[in-house]
Design a protein around this ligand. Structure first.
Ligand code: KIV
Ligand code: ZN
Length: 555
């Protein structure tokens, strides 16, 4: 299948849409700084294209995409062979109208390699009920808007939304028009995750065979996971000539999510003999990127998730352990090292100095500024006092907790809790308002210690919200483990909504994560982080463009 005269280059381009389709997952909202941090890590991971957002959706998203274009989009990087490589392409999404395309261009223009991705729905149900346009009108709009985008940008991607449920003959027609108008990539989305691998593979094959000009442009695939078939469909697309895959870390995205980057990349890597095609991904960065995306979005990874789940390299059954001890290949088809999962346990101890600490972090891929390093080093020393063994996982959690934080309005200064049998759980909380410098203390009573802490914080911050999810995990094994708390809070219905792909109102959710050996401190930190995100987003929302039912956001 690798014959370049039939299928084009022996490379699949990795188009990462974690910051656009992935961010559309309920509660996964990211602020501009978080998006920039993730974009930097995506560049290190080696992705070819970063779809950084949907610029017309809000001024905040436009600014975030622009910052990514101005920085990550201009910086050279190191490729998987250790050579200097071009910056990634920075792409912005736009519906097929001038306002969206103008916003996308404004945002991506500073990048060395900018791209505008425009789309319009092509399935009968979408054209009739959502767009209320005839098939002829949709074709005409495609011609006009792809040409419009092309005036600004050489690299234009066109997607017929809901291609998986569109008539193939209609697709050949509209795709031909898109090519004539200047599209350089044709992306074929299975927007609602409806197709099977056979069907989807055949669709890609038939599009290449029946669309005039299709063999001169890149064919891309974009699959959703509603039936759990996203990765299988994507691989079928690749086997039938797709040379770009649209993916997200951990498979996050609308509803059941998108195809996950790590699954596709590792399938290509482990089963080279089947696919005979490579990607530019630095696989050793997969684990770290996955962890960062999970931390920032608050979207936990299920333990049995392929490649990046915590059980993906764990062996429980005696018979498996026995086999592993005799030869790892009995039950492991890839090395944990390949995805950057370090097995080193004892990394540093309480006598380690700042230099060794910095070097270890650099080996792990963290290049921190001096003040950031100092903060993390202080936390490391505190931790090393409490814990004999400080592992890489601990260090990653500390860096995440100290350095990669959203815009702060409130900061935790102190928390003291009283609880037990026959006492009313009580917490005294002290917070500092970072903007005004004001320090405030209040007390809360609750059904348990966590509730008491949350009531105390609520009384100070005074922003209505309800807790919808609360998960506590240990970062490593042992009684002295760091506690890692993830929570999600919802804004009450009276304070506004976001909108789903169908334009329906949806409650706005914000996630927060906190790490500490004291579980109640971790809870307080997680809650404050989520509240800071909520406050930050409300200040941006006042200027946000409202997305109505007629021009709904894509899946
Ligand atoms: O799922 C979808 O159809 C999309 C398009 C914008 C590519 O996300
Ligand atoms: Zn999508």
């Amino acid at each position: 299948m690798s014959d370049p005269s039939v299928y084009g280059p022996d490379k699949v381009l990795i188009f990462d849409t974690t910051l656009r389709d992935g961010e559309q997952s309920p509660g996964a909202t990211l602020n501009a700084q978080e998006k920039l941090d993730i974009a930097r890590q995506l560049a290190r991971l080696g992705v070819d294209i970063i779809e950084a957002g949907f610029p017309v959706a809000s001024p905040g998203d436009l600014e975030a995409v622009k910052r990514i274009a101005e920085t990550v989009g201009q910086e050279t990087r190191v490729d998987k062979h250790g050579n200097t490589a071009e910056p990634p392409t920075i792409c912005g999404l736009a519906r097929a109208n001038k306002k969206d395309i103008d916003a996308a261009w404004e945002a991506v223009q500073p990048a060395k390699h900018p791209c505008i991705h425009t789309f319009i729905a092509t399935s009968p149900v979408h054209m009739e009920y959502k767009l209320r346009m005839s098939p002829e009108e949709v074709i005409e709009r495609t011609r006009e808007m792809v040409s419009y985008a092309k005036q600004f940008c050489d690299d234009v991607e066109f997607s017929p939304e809901d291609a998986g449920r569109s008539h193939p003959k209609y697709l050949y027609q509209i795709l031909e028009v898109a090519i004539e108008a200047g599209a350089t990539t044709l992306n074929i989305p299975d927007t609602v995750g409806y197709t099977t691998p056979d069907e989807f593979g055949r669709l890609i094959h038939d599009i290449r065979e029946n669309t005039p000009g299709a063999k001169d442009v890149v064919i891309s695939v974009h699959c959703h996971d509603d039936l759990g078939l996203a990765t299988a469909n994507t691989m079928a697309g690749v086997q039938n000539g797709a040379r770009q895959v649209e993916v997200t870390l951990n498979g996050i995205g609308e509803r059941a999510g998108n195809t996950s980057l790590e699954e596709v990349v590792m399938a290509l890597y482990v089963r080279q003999q089947v696919y005979e095609i490579d990607s530019n991904i630095v696989t050793q960065e997969i684990h770290r990127t996955s962890d960062m995306v999970s931390r920032y979005t608050g979207m936990m990874i299920q333990p049995n998730k392929a490649i990046v789940g915590s059980n993906a390299f764990a062996h429980e059954a005696g018979i498996h352990q026995d086999g592993m001890l005799k030869n790892k290949r009995t039950y492991e088809i890839m090395d944990a090292d390949t995805i950057g999962l370090s097995h080193s346990k004892l990394v540093l101890g309480k006598h380690s100095g700042r230099h060794a600490f910095r070097v270890r972090l650099q080996e792990m891929g963290y290049h921190l500024e001096d003040d950031e390093l100092n903060k993390v080093f202080r936390r490391f020393k505190e931790l090393a006092d409490k814990k004999k063994v400080v592992s890489d996982a601990d260090l990653e959690a500390l860096v995440g907790d100290e350095v990669y934080q959203p815009q702060e309005t409130w900061e935790l200064v102190g928390v003291q809790v009283q609880c037990g049998i026959n006492v009313v759980p009580t917490a005294v909380v002290t917070l500092r308002n970072v903007e005004t410098g004001q320090v405030m203390t209040d007390a809360g009573f609750g059904t348990g210690p966590v509730d008491a802490v949350y009531q105390g914080i609520k009384r100070i911050v005074q922003v209505p919200n309800t807790l919808t999810e609360f998960v506590v995990q240990a970062v490593t094994e042992g009684i002295d483990a760091n506690g890692d708390v993830t929570i999600r809070i919802a804004v009450p219905e009276s304070r506004g909504y976001s909108h789903t792909a169908q334009g329906r109102a949806r409650r706005r959710l914000f996630s927060g994560r906190g790490v500490d050996t004291d579980i109640l401190v971790a809870c307080a930190k997680a809650y404050i982080q989520a509240l800071n995100k909520l406050i930050d987003s409300e200040s941006q929302d006042s200027a946000a463009v409202r997305i109505t039912q007629d021009d709904a956001v894509p899946a």
